[in-house]
Design a protein around this ligand. Sequence first.
Ligand code: Y12
Ligand code: CO
Length: 173
Amino acid sequence: MILPIVAYPDKRLKQKSQNVEAFDAELHTFLDDMYETMIASNGIGLAAIQVAVPKNILILNIPDEEDEQTKDTLIEMINPVIHAKEGTTSYQEGCLSVPGFYEEVERFESIKVSYNDRHGNEHEIAAEGLLSIAIQHEMDHLLGILFIDKLSYARRKKFEKEYKRLQKEKKRV
Ligand code: Y12
Ligand code: CO
């Protein structure tokens, strides 16, 4: 089932998410719905709070070298924790909850993350490149932080003006 995506400036995106306790059939259905929602919206990452569920859940499906996005490379992270971070990098980020807007954001270059899979099994991975950036972007959602919250005062002002104009245009069509 495709779920409605919560868009900025909806206050629900500011909520802090809570850890998942039950790795049950309800969680599995929800993860499947998140995947369907993300793919239907042309996304590569989605956090549960973006579909109004304040749980520490995120999914990622980074396209491969041929720019193919297949379910083989889907990563589901439940209760993720960053254990190590190193270096800095920046990337032009976008977010399904902030449609139509992309901005350069600075992140850690490489990270180590532990998380549970849908069955509650524990994993730890080292991530760099786009995967590292996407994990950090999605984990910020779990804390109620959007990539636009990381912009300078001047860039944020410019964003608010452009976003309002885009919203008005959308209403007209
Ligand atoms: C690097 C930076 C950020 C992430 C987080 C995941 N972000 C996305 O998946 C964003 C997807 C996105 C898709 C949109 O829709 C289309 O392109 C059709 C979109 O909408 C518009 O631009 C109108 C906005 C964002 C991962 C890695
Ligand atoms: Co996002």
